[in-house]
Each structure stands twice: as structure tokens, then as C-alpha cells.
Design a protein around this ligand. Sequence first.
Ligand code: COA
Length: 382
Amino acid sequence: MPRYAHIIGWGKYAPANVVTNVDLAKKVDTTDEWIRERTGIAQRHIATEKESTALMAVHAARDAIERADVDPREIDLVIVATATPEYLFPATACLVQSALGAERAGAYDLEAGCSGFVYALATAAAMIRSETFNTIVVIGSETLSRVVDWKDRGTCVLFGDGAGAVVLRGSDAPGGVLASTLGADGSGGELLILPGGGAKHPAGPDTVLSKMHYLKMNGREVYRFATKIMAEAAKQVAARASWSLDQIDLFIPHQANARIIESAAKALKLPPEKIFVNLQNYGNTSAASIPIALCEALAAGKITAGARLILVGFGAGLTWAACAVEWTAAKPGAATLRHRVATGKLRFAWAGIKSLGWQISRHVDAVVSKVIDAVEKKPAAK
Ligand code: COA
């Protein structure tokens, strides 16, 4: 019997701090009019000092897990798609796994730039369909504000921070993530790159002085690539799901630029009501953009049971990815959701206490081991 991977929970997090185009125009040489015309962006959410990729990922994942009514101990795997991880290592996913109390889960980060969430969704669904795992949390989380040069008007106006997550679960009932396509063209890697801080150019005074710790982008070339690949990837995945283009109910593209989305929609002959756009409020949140858009499309009532969705991402790499999803989850009623949130809060509080307990016990263990070593090495008294 074939196995299917269904999205059973979804959640998002956006920092409360909003920076409008007008705010930005006070800091860099730009205007609200230029940004809106060239990108469609009106504002973006920017993390405060206390907010970063792991914390936002945890908030979004908790939201998704509560909605799905899943015990975190049932989770087999946590994947965090991000280009702005908390550290080079350990993986952000490990920090998230601990905070969620997903004790049995494996955890890893997936780096595929702005395509990361769709890459992760496709691989997670494949692992569920092959019965390797049954319950997987897929998160896209980014703090791009930390790697953007706030003096470079060509890039700083484009990006924002946030996180989105889904819970995927296996079932024999048809539906869910039905098909996917992944692609990469590394020959274009230089077009969108953060050159400093890795093994090639380790962080140091030189990398900072030459601003290599900031994102660099060739906007025009990325634009050309994006307009070509978005429609192509969507067509390919629709064909793999055996859907004709007019059977698509909602197209949820990576939210980078309204003109790129319009050009893809034109090539796919999709009317405006079948395209979800929220980039005016968020800017480009990279791997977080599609799961945030999915949550907002659900909240707006644009997705109902049986809806056929196409999700398409593109970004650094260069990479692209698309998934065809037949929506099967019922939206929990207000009372059910309140109950699930309350149960979730208890579970997460307990997970936090346990994680702290393990950290303390590791410290105590280390101290006791040192004392034992010292006692064993002490020469015997005569
Ligand atoms: N405000 C005002 N002017 C700006 C500006 C800003 N924020 N940024 C650039 N400009 C200026 C440029 O300096 C240039 O001036 P010049 O003609 O005097 O040299 C002019 O605007 C046109 O610049 P250009 O880069 O040709 O603009 P564009 O129409 O290509 O738009 C992007 C620039 C970045 C909006 C567009 O290329 C883009 O969206 N690319 C894709 C980026 C993307 O999606 N990246 C993420 C991938 S996941």
C-alpha cells in the first residue's frame, strides 16, 4: 500500500519590530516609491537582539505542533532550512530539537538558500513515503538582518526576518505532498553569496574590513534566473503530480519580488486570485517565506480540503525546488485549538525543565568525574 506524507500542522513567527520603507529611507539613499515599484515590498520584520534563527524556529514549530496536536516525543526528525544558522555548528535544528522536547528525533540543518524550505519538505516527504520516518517537523527560519549590509541599498531593502514550520505525518490515505522537483546550478554560486566566515575565508579582521561577512548579490542576474526557473519548476512538478496547470488552486511562490512572481504567473497563465503574495509585509525572508505564506493563506481561508497547491522556491546556490501538495488537513475549531495550545504549553514547559535538568546533570557528572580522577591519581598515604 503506498504511503503518503500529509501536512497536519503549520505555524509561523515574525518579530514584532516592523521597519517600513520610509524608516529605511532615513538610513540609506532610497525611497518608498523605488522599493515598492521595483520589488512590491512595503515593510519587513526585523529581529531584535533577543531574537535569532533558533528562537524564531522554536516559536514557529511549537505553533505547528500545537495545531497538529502531536506529542513532541512522537517526532522522528527535525529539519531546519536556513542560510543564517545560529552557529556554523552545532546545527540550529539540534537546538530546536532540545527546546521542543523532541527526545527521539534526529536533527539537521539544510542549506539551500531561499529554496531551503521546499528542499526540506520534498526530502522529508520522501522519507515518510519510504517509511523511514513517520513524523517530521520541517522549519524555515532566517535572521537575514544579521548578514545584510545596512549601507548597501541594493540589498538591504529586500530582506526580512521570520520563521515558518509544518508537521508532516505518514498515512495510507491519499493526498499530501504528492510530487517534488529539486534543482541546482552551482555555476551561479557567486551571484548570491556570503563569502566570509566559512572554511575558504575564515572570519578575521581582514574578512570584516573587506565586508565579506555581508551578503553579496548580483540582483540583475538573480532576477533573470528567477523569472526563468520559477515557471519551469512549477510546470515540472505539476506534470509529475499529473495535474494540468488549470487544476492548480493556489500557487505559493517564494516571496522575493512581486515582478518575479507576476512573470511566473503569466507564464503559467494563472489568474491573480490563484497566486498568494504577502511580500509587501515581510520582504524576502528566504527559507521562511513559503511556510509563512502558507500559514497566511490558510488564515485567509484561501486553502480548503482538496485544494491543489504548488510551492516553488529559488535562491542561492543557485537552487530551485517545487512541491505539489494536495491539502488534506482540517482547520481545528477555535475551542479545539485553545485546548491543543494549552496542552502544548504544558508539554513545552516540561521539555524545557527536562533539557535544563540534563544540562545540570552533565555539569554535575563532569565535576564528579574530575573529583574521582583526582582522588584516584592521589598517591596512597603511607
Ligand atoms: N533605492 C534606490 N535606488 C536603488 C536602490 C534602492 N534601494 N537599489 C538600487 N538602486 C539604483 C541602482 O543604483 C541603479 O542606479 P543607476 O541606474 O544610477 O546605476 C538603479 O537603481 C537600477 O538598479 P538595478 O539594479 O538595475 O535595478 P533593478 O531594476 O534590477 O532592481 C532588484 C534591483 C535588486 C530589485 C532586482 O534586480 C531584483 O529583484 N533582483 C532579484 C533579487 C532577488 O530576488 N534576490 C533574492 C533571491 S532569493
